[in-house]
Design a protein around this ligand. Structure first.
Ligand code: ZN
Length: 289
């Protein structure tokens, strides 16, 4: 099952377009995707029987599948090659966790204003929680997942790494810094949801290319560890970390530039495109704290 938000409405993606679920079910579902995720089992059952009407879907009008999640978790240094390029000698024994504040979440075809010249890309697999998860064992963790999305953990490195302690959450939460989509793809769509090619590029330049099987803490372990501390709620997002190749690791750093379009993909899930622009007041300096 592929669930999207099309023109702000809960939409089941099928061959040839999309089915507006609220219309097709005579109003038994509202157009709100988060409402539907609260009833994920019921939606799965109903969606299997929906045949139409199918209308064409213009990818440019897809929104973030979950526009305003209640919680957004993000994991740093979750791929060995990325930990190495970040200069980390010993692999983490527990996942470093931070948040991207939920207002930064945007859709799969977003235009994002660069607040400075130090904005970096991080291609990430994003997990959408489908069922409340509290003290969940790894073995049943996938059963609490509604689906997977493609994401970008955009990061303003000056703010992120400013002292006296790093400000991961702030530096990664400027407006539009959480592109997600194009749809929530349910785990049954994957031959192996723990081994997916992932990467991103600008024009013909491949910036990152990895596989989610190389995560230090795979999705079930992340859900188990997080749910031991915070109950995970339907619609919550987990940004699961990025493979090697981020802009900061280049000499000199290769940060995002106005006019560029970043293409990010995850095997079987799909592709998102993020275009960068500059706003009024943009200059060479990072924003002051
Ligand atoms: Zn990240």
């Amino acid at each position: 099952m592929r669930i999207a938000s099309y023109e702000g409405r809960l939409t089941l993606l099928v061959d040839g377009g999309g089915i507006d679920v609220a219309t097709a079910t005579g109003g038994s579902f509202t157009p709100d995707v988060l409402d539907a995720i609260e009833r994920w089992d019921e939606l799965t059952e109903v969606a299997a029987g929906l045949r139409g009407p199918v209308r064409p879907v213009d990818p440019a009008r897809l929104d973030a599948p979950v526009r305003l999640p209640r919680q957004v978790f993000a994991v740093g240094l979750n791929y060995r090659d990325h930990a190495a390029e970040a200069g980390i000698r010993e692999l983490p024994t527990a996942p470093p966790v931070f948040t991207k504040f939920p207002v930064c979440v945007t859709g799969p075809e977003a235009t994002v204003t660069l607040p400075s010249t130090d904005v970096d890309y991080e291609a990430e697999l994003v997990v959408v929680i489908g069922r409340r998860a509290e003290h969940i064992a790894e073995g049943v963790a996938w059963g609490h997942v509604a689906g997977l999305m493609v994401g970008q953990d955009l990061s303003e490195r000056k703010v992120q790494l400013a002292g006296p302690v790093p400000q991961f959450s702030l530096g990664k939460s400027f407006p539009g810094f959480g592109p997600t989509g194009p749809a929530i793809v349910s785990p049954d769509e994957f031959a192996d949801p723990d081994a997916l090619e992932i990467g991103c590029s600008v024009a013909d330049w491949v910036l990152q290319s990895g596989n989610t099987k190389d995560m230090i803490f795979p999705v079930p372990e992340l859900i188990a560890r997080l749910s031991r501390v915070c109950p995970l709620l339907p619609g919550d997002l987990i940004f699961t970390g990025t493979p090697a190749g981020v802009g900061m690791s280049h000499t000199p750093p290769r940060f995002l530039r106005p006019g560029e379009t970043l293409t990010t993909f995850v095997e079987t899930v799909g592709t998102i495109h993020t275009t960068f622009t500059v706003g009024p007041g943009h200059d060479e300096a990072a924003p002051e704290e």
